[in-house]
Each structure stands twice: as structure tokens, then as C-alpha cells.
Write a protein that binds this ligand. Structure first.
Ligand code: SF4
Length: 240
């Protein structure tokens, strides 16, 4: 697939942002470890890959052409099923729990537990650094006893975490700022911006021509999303 020319500048800036975030994260981890802190992320440690992953449309445009056929098939199946399950939902918390419970792993996670698109993974994945063992990235906190929740809260290094989460706050903030910048650039380029569920956006770009539609404008992009039966605010957000 060919990426339309008007996206090229946005993709170049995205590449710079990714490199900056990766360098900043690596430096942060090295410094934290040198002061006795622990970061538990590593290849094959996949528990956070069952969380909902959102990204900007720019990231989806970068990611979509890099998929192999097997990955593209999994992404399509995932997006269609998620669309069907999400359609009647109105409660965001219930949607987030449903996605983890009923959809399982990210469709880009490979059988060996490694990310299948590591170099192209979204900013939100890059920014996630866990200060706790992988068990805490996969557990549903609603299932913990009050004692377990209390022990968890007491064990956190609150000087660096995004409390009550056990993820590093500074990298998440930087990732969020980079996403916001990407959305601003998209708005300047196309007159609107778009953020949403990563597999859904990748599917819409790869199979439904969303990148081309965006060049034509918001109305054309909305039509693509509606025709794919994925026009749900939890999945695709035009409001940003
Ligand atoms: S894109 Fe990669 S790192 Fe992100 S959730 Fe999917 S498999 Fe995990």
C-alpha cells in the first residue's frame, strides 16, 4: 500500500518523536536503576499488551503498511469483533474491562510473547514502563482483596509512578504530549484530528482507505468509519 503524499511530513515528525521518546525512556531507566529502582519490562513480558491501546491516526498510517498478511488478518478480525462488542456499550469502564476480558491480547503480539511491530509500536506502548512485576500489568484490580490493594499501594514508589498506577509518570506524560503534538499537526494539515483504538485505526487505514479519506477531509473520513460500522466514540474520536 502507498501512503498519500500529504502524510509524509507528519510521518517524518512522528519518527523523530519516537526516537526522542525511546532515548528519553532508556536514559530514565538507566538513571532509576543506578539509584536502586527496578523496571520490569523486557522482551516477551506481554501483560500490558492486553490493555486497550489507543493511538493517533498518524501512528496508524505509519504502522498499517508494515504489517505482514498474518498480522493484517488478525487486526481485521480483531477490529470487526471489537466493533460488534462495543456497539451497544455506553460505560467506558465496562468497555475497558470487556476489551481485556473478551478480546484478549493485542492482535500484533506474536506467539513468542514479543511485539510483532516493535519498531512501529505506538507512542503509548513505548511510554509504558512498569515499576512492578508483570503480574500487576495483567491483573484486574477489581478482583483483588482490599488487603491486596492496600499492600500494592504501599509498595509503589510514588516519587516516580502515576499513582494509583505502577507505571512511570514522566514517560507517560511525554508520550501524551507527543500524541497531542501529532494531533495538532494533523489538524493543521487536514482540518481535523483523529485518535482511537489502535487495531481499529490500523484496520481502517489498511483495508478501508482512511488515510486517503482523511486527505479529502473530515466528512470523507467519517463516512469510512461509519461504513465500517466502527463509529463509536470509544473506538474512533474525531472530537480532539
Ligand atoms: S503494539 Fe506491540 S507493544 Fe503495543 S500492545 Fe500491541 S503487541 Fe504490545
Amino acid at each position: 500500500m502507498t501512503t498519500p503524499e500529504p502524510w509524509k511530513k507528519l510521518l517524518e515528525e512522528l519518527n523523530v518523536k519516537r526516537e526522542c521518546l525511546d532515548m528519553m525512556s532508556a536514559a530514565w531507566v538507566a538513571d532509576y536503576r543506578s539509584h536502586g529502582g527496578s523496571i520490569f519490562c523486557g522482551r516477551g513480558c506481554r501483560e500490558c499488551c492486553s490493555l486497550t491501546v489507543n493511538c493517533t491516526l498518524t501512528e496508524a498510517v505509519a504502522l498499517a503498511p508494515t504489517l505482514n498478511d498474518a498480522q493484517a488478518k488478525r487486526v481485521e478480525e480483531y477490529a470487526v469483533q471489537l466493533g460488534e462488542l462495543t456497539a451497544p456499550m455506553t460505560d467506558l469502564k465496562e468497555y475497558l474491562r470487556m476489551q481485556r476480558r473478551d478480546m484478549g491480547w493485542c492482535p500484533l503480539l506474536e506467539a513468542d510473547g514479543a511485539c510483532g511491530v516493535y519498531a512501529q509500536r505506538p507512542l503509548s506502548c513505548r511510554a509504558l514502563l512498569s515499576t512492578k512485576e508483570s503480574y500487576f500489568c495483567g491483573v484486574d484490580f477489581a478482583d483483588l482483596t482490599s488487603q491486596q490493594k492496600q499492600d500494592y499501594a504501599l509498595s509503589l514508589d510514588r516519587s516516580v509512578t502515576d499513582f494509583p498506577l505502577h507505571y512511570v509518570a514522566s514517560t507517560r506524560e511525554t508520550g501524551g504530549e507527543m500524541e497531542a503534538r501529532a494531533l495538532t499537526l494533523m489538524k493543521q494539515q487536514f482540518g481535523f484530528s483523529l485518535y482511537g483504538n489502535m487495531p481499529v485505526l490500523v484496520y481502517l487505514v489498511r483495508e478501508r482507505g482512511l488515510a486517503e479519506a482523511a486527505v479529502a477531509g473530515r466528512e470523507a473520513a467519517e463516512t469510512v468509519v461509519e461504513q465500517a460500522a466502527l463509529a463509536h466514540p470509544f473506538l474512533v474520536d474525531f472530537a480532539l
